[in-house]
Structures are given as C-alpha cells and as structure tokens.
Ligand binder design. Structure first.
Ligand SMILES: [Zn+2]
Length: 67
C-alpha cells in the first residue's frame, strides 16, 4: 500500500503484514483511524480503516470465539 506523507509529501509504503496488523488493532480497539509514522520525517499520518481494507481485501475481522 502506497501512502504519501501529508507533511513532507514523500511516498512510502506499508507492507501487507503492517496493514493486517493495523486492521487487527483498529478492530480490537474500535479506532476510527490508524496512525502510521512517516519513515522520512516521522510525522504521524492518519489512515482510515476503509483505505486499509481496500489494501487488504482478504482480511477478516477477528471473531471472539472465547466463552
Ligand atoms: Zn513525512
């Protein structure tokens, strides 16, 4: 997934593993966005779950099968 930093305007990519981890975190903590630090300037970029899901269409929301 390619992102462009809002601060320094340089492109950087998010690996599929990172996207899956982000989606897990968003689902677990019920977040409205995910913070991705720019590798160039370290500013945090906000990515919406919708964008993450588009980049990882096979991701499934974790189901709590405990209890
Ligand atoms: Zn940046």
């Amino acid at each position: 997934m390619q992102l462009r930093c809002y601060n320094c305007h340089r492109p950087f990519s998010l690996s599929r593993d990172a996207i899956y981890a982000a989606l897990d975190k968003v689902a677990a903590e019920n977040l409205t966005h995910y913070d991705v630090p720019c590798p160039h300037c370290r500013r945090v970029n906000r990515v919406s779950p919708k964008e993450l899901r588009r980049a990882a269409p096979n991701w499934k929301e974790p189901t709590s099968d405990k209890e």
